[in-house]
Write a protein that binds this ligand. Structure first.
Ligand SMILES: Cc1cc2nc3c(=O)[nH]c(=O)nc-3n(C[C@H](O)[C@H](O)[C@H](O)COP(=O)(O)O)c2cc1C
Length: 174
């Protein structure tokens, strides 16, 4: 399948089966997140795997958007290794951590799709609660969670998936 078709077929999965994602696939997905481009190649992205029962219990305390996925990757960045631009006159104390981590998350999302593993991007959580609940070090900043797994019999895209603006809405020739 070509990449555009893969991207068109992907949708946010909110109906997961309990079937675990095979370790071989987990490793391929993480590899896709490891090798991404990052600002100055500083590689601040960090991945925390949530799949053990104790971690799953904590996950359910911090977000309702887990959809009982068997695997969730909490994607963060490390403030100690992130590229910064303190002189940026638009953003205060700009750092590229969200961009770097989001590139990693997006690449993992499409690698998963290619492997037949469905996903949903989760940002419906409070970052401080995540840090406290999982006991993350203070230099680790949560960006998103990627819920991963196989679809169950109720799986289907919801209405938002089919609602996209026209090309003119997005593109302006300068
Ligand atoms: C930054 C971001 C945050 C999101 N947060 C959530 C979330 O917390 N819960 C959820 O169910 N979906 C979440 N989504 C999924 C979006 O709702 C979804 O991508 C959008 O409605 C388009 O639908 P589709 O992915 O099926 O094409 C998020 C997506 C992005 C990119």
């Amino acid at each position: 399948m070509d990449f555009l078709t893969l991207a068109q077929n992907r949708y946010s999965e909110r109906f997961f089966s309990p079937k675990a994602v095979e370790q071989e696939k987990v490793e391929r997905i993480l590899e896709a997140g490891r090798i991404v481009p990052t600002a100055c190649n500083y590689q601040p992205q960090r991945f925390y795997l949530i799949r053990r029962p104790e971690a799953m219990d904590k996950l359910k305390q911090v977000t309702r958007f887990h959809y009982n996925a068997p695997l969730v990757v909490l994607v963060c960045y490390d403030l100690r290794t992130v590229w910064t631009n303190p002189g940026d006159r638009y953003y205060q104390n700009y750092n590229s951590g969200e961009q770097d981590a989001s590139i990693a998350a997006t690449t993992m999302m499409y690698e998963a799709e290619e492997l037949g593993v469905h996903s949903v991007w989760i940002r419906g959580f409070d970052s401080k609660t995540v840090v406290d609940t999982f006991g993350l070090p203070e230099h680790i900043v949560p960006v998103m969670m990627l819920a991963l797994g196989y679809p169950n019999e109720r799986a289907k895209p919801n209405a938002w998936h089919f609602k996209r603006e026209s090309m003119e809405h997005f593109v302006t020739e300068l």
